[in-house]
Design a protein around this ligand. Structure first.
Ligand code: AMP
Ligand code: ZN
Ligand code: FE
Ligand code: FE
Length: 281
């Protein structure tokens, strides 16, 4: 659960995402592109045809005290007006931010917005991965990951933060749209810092459902702390591979969600948007 297609910054189409998850022997996969529902229709059609289980969702960008916080939302209503309006605002901010990053890069690299647009699939939500791909094509980095580590990391000064709503506002919008919000990859901090307990309680009050603990980029110390908090406050835990096709090393199955937790998600979200086929029938 929780993967990206070319509707945002994954390298594979929504149909490919479904097919490759099936080939990896998963029962169910979630398509959760950054700030867009654009991949849902193609993914649902493919799942219907192939018998794969599919949970559609969206990974919403939010920000707290200058830090980017991703909230994965499972099974929201994709026609919800308020949620769509906020996602639209974020998508616009992503585009202007990407242009500024390219402008900053152009001081030291021979790169233009025109080239980044060529590396962004038609209709896709733009992100730094598309800029990374452009840097690779231009010969400034060996692959997407290296472009991140060697050029796009904020410490080099080209990358600027993304405008995004607060996590609390994001969670409220997701719940109002009938979606189930999960804090994405919350233990990636190298120093083992995790969300303070008091703030976590605020997010739970706002409607946060769970914590995504089984994620390949979460680190052991943070995971231990979060597991303790999850036990103490009875918070469901989820997992995902955060697959991006060839754009990341993450492989399907690198993180998994327990069936019982999935059933809770189906109970709280709009189950009618899921494609369950024989799974959980
Ligand atoms: P952005 O949304 O523009 O801030 O870019 C963040 C996206 O880039 C996230 O989806 C990450 O999964 C992806 N990303 C971050 N670091 C790397 C990396 N080292 N290699 C590949 N993708 C990355
Ligand atoms: Zn991504
Ligand atoms: Fe994320
Ligand atoms: Fe993700």
């Amino acid at each position: 659960m929780h993967a990206h297609s070319s509707a945002s910054d994954g390298t594979e189409s929504p149909a490919q995402l479904v097919q490759q998850a099936q080939e990896a022997d998963l029962d169910i996969v979630a398509i959760t592109d950054h700030d867009t529902f654009a991949g849902w229709e193609e993914a649902r059609a493919k799942a219907d045809e192939s018998g794969m289980g599919l949970i559609p969702g969206v990974e919403m960008s939010t920000q707290h005290e200058g830090k980017s916080i991703h909230i994965v939302s499972y099974l929201p209503d994709p026609h919800d007006v308020a949620l769509n309006a906020e996602l639209e605002t974020i998508r616009k901010a992503r585009k202007s931010r990407a242009k500024v990053i390219v402008e900053n890069l152009s001081a030291d690299f021979d790169i233009s917005w025109y080239e980044v647009e060529k590396h962004t699939p038609e209709g896709a939500v733009v992100g730094r991965p598309h800029i990374a791909d452009t840097l690779v094509t231009l010969g400034y980095a060996a692959d997407r990951s290296r472009a991140f580590h060697e050029i796009l990391h904020p410490k080099f000064g080209y990358t600027i933060p993304l405008y995004a709503p607060s996590p609390i506002h994001g969670i409220e919008l997701i719940r109002a749209a009938g979606g189930v919000p999960v804090l994405a990859h919350p233990a990636t901090n190298r120093h083992g810092h995790v969300i303070p307990e008091r703030y976590l309680l605020e997010l739970l009050d706002a409607g946060l459902f769970g914590l995504e603990i089984d994620h390949p980029e979460n680190l052991p110390e943070g995971k231990r702390k979060l597991l303790t908090l999850a036990k103490k406050h009875n918070i469901p835990i989820t997992g995902s591979s955060d697959w991006h096709g060839f754009g990341k090393e993450n492989r399907f199955g690198d993180g998994l969600t327990e069936r019982a937790v999935l059933e809770e998600i189906l109970g709280q979200g709009h189950e009618k948007f899921a494609v369950l086929n024989s799974h959980l029938a």
